[in-house]
Write a protein that binds this ligand. Structure first.
Ligand SMILES: Nc1ncnc2c1ncn2[C@@H]1O[C@H](COP(=O)(O)OP(=O)(O)OP(=O)(O)O)[C@@H](O)[C@H]1O
Ligand SMILES: [Mg+2]
Length: 316
């Protein structure tokens, strides 16, 4: 076993212990304050309106300390620290936790922790049927709200090698990044950037390439995820639209779950259905209804979509 692999394994064990889980569990037990206010009703036709969820930020879990020189902190210190200049759609960078849309992302976080009680859920693919439905918006804001919880470390990956956006939204460089790793040109620590938000790491798309479909299916992405999984509480992966190209369904096979974004008043139903069919039933953990009109809907609503999965709204 390599020293890095040994350190990763130890890091995972220490992390699990520090967060109250067993040393053998591969993800943290959800905090009590993360549990949603209501129990999930499995009736797929039900529509539930509710108030502010109990998505409080737990302050109790301490970061693990790694005494050995090949521990977690030493590994992550190898990632370049860059200046990011996030744009206005990055909701959690300006310190205003009451900005429009932030509550919906806290709600989404709560629902995901709730799902995590029932299944292994760390590597989450964000996709949608068509372009411009809010995949990158959702992936990046979800990653931010997840690290707002003390001690939670999140890796955000731009796996949309056809139309990468995360580096633009976060105001940083696109290279080196995923495509460089997939071509064997960079190692995992040189492509993982750290920005100003503690515990949020980004793997941008990397240099533009001509063969995205071949690259995402060459097996190296799965290998990458296996290598870095132990370092993070969540890995959020942004993807291209699922209907026109096959990348998202290939990426989905390396993930624990898929979150489908549907743009309010925009995504045609048959397209949403086609996108959904790209993924096995058990992989779909929920649907985000993006860009609802704040004036016409209650502050926060949840629905159960097809097959009884959660639906969370985000507002524009
Ligand atoms: N709820 C929202 N509120 C405000 N702006 C939004 C919202 N959702 C998306 N946007 C904006 O709409 C544009 C398209 O969103 P985004 O880039 O996230 O879509 P996408 O599904 O990732 O598109 P593509 O398939 O081209 O990658 C972006 O400028 C984004 O900032
Ligand atoms: Mg996108």
């Amino acid at each position: 076993m390599s020293r890095i692999h040994e350190a990763l394994k130890k890091a995972e064990q220490e992390r699990a212990v520090s967060q109250g889980g067993s040393a053998h569990s591969s993800f943290a037990t959800p905090e009590r304050s993360e549990l949603p206010a209501r129990t999930i009703d499995e009736d797929p036709s039900a529509t539930v309106a509710t108030g502010v969820p109990s998505g409080g930020i737990p302050l109790t879990s301490a970061m693990p300390s790694f005494a050995n020189p090949f521990g977690l902190d030493a590994l992550l210190a190898r990632c370049p620290q860059l200046q990011w200049k996030p744009d206005a759609t990055m909701l959690f960078f300006n310190g205003d936790d009451s900005a429009i849309g932030t509550e919906e992302f806290r709600t989404l976080r709560s629902r995901l922790y709730h799902m995590r009680e029932k299944m292994t859920l760390k590597k989450l693919l964000i996709t949608s049927a068509l372009p411009k439905e809010g995949k990158s918006f959702t992936a990046s804001n979800l990653a931010q709200v997840l690290v707002r919880q003390h001690g939670r470390r999140v890796l955000l990956i731009d796996a949309d090698l056809r139309g990468p956006r995360l580096h633009l939204m976060l105001g940083t460089t696109a290279s080196p990044g995923l495509s460089d790793y997939l071509q064997g040109r960079s190692d995992e620590f040189s492509i993982m950037q750290r920005g100003p938000m503690e515990n949020l790491f980004l793997i941008p798309s990397g240099d533009e390439i001509s063969d995205p479909a071949e690259l995402v299916s060459n097996g190296r992405l799965k290998f990458l995820l296996q290598r870095v999984e132990a370092l993070f509480d969540w890995i959020i992966i942004d993807s291209p639209p699922a209907v026109p190209v096959s990348d998202a369904s290939v990426l989905g096979k390396s993930c624990d779950g898929v979150l489908m974004v549907v743009r309010s008043n925009a995504t045609p139903v048959d397209m949403a259905r086609r996108a959904r069919e790209e993924f096995p039933d058990q992989a779909l953990v929920g649907v985000v209804l993006n860009g609802t009109n704040s004036a016409s809907t209650p502050y926060s609503r949840y629905y159960y979509g097809a097959s009884g999965k959660n639906v969370t709204e985000t507002k524009s």
